[in-house]
Design a protein around this ligand. Sequence first.
Ligand code: ZN
Length: 136
Amino acid sequence: MNTQAANLRTPHCPCGNPKQYSDCCGRYLDQGEVAATAEHLMRSRYTAYTLNREDYLLATWHPNTRPAALGLANQPRNQWLGLTVKRHEQSAPDRAIVEFVARYKINGRAYRLHEISRFDFQKGLWFYVDGDILQD
Ligand SMILES: [Zn+2]
């Protein structure tokens, strides 16, 4: 089977939305559009991980919890397999959580990250604050 042709028939963004990257997370990563909800931001951050876009990950991290660097370029690269958003709850105008499962492989071994992430809205932008990892 020709994988490339299959991808053209069923275009989808790395975040799993059945849209082209340029109509989905590319709007935030490449075109500077502002994510309207925490879920949009979370999806775009997952996509940023798949593309090794450390610049975007740091820019969307809350200043109070943002690390100086992620060092993605110096780590064995994850092979990201997919994202499932399980829940998105906005508890206040400036506060939301997103529960998700991200699947990936490192050196051929499969992992599953189940996390509840917290997001804050500040000066017109959503930011990732931190998250709790759930042990399934
Ligand atoms: Zn997307």
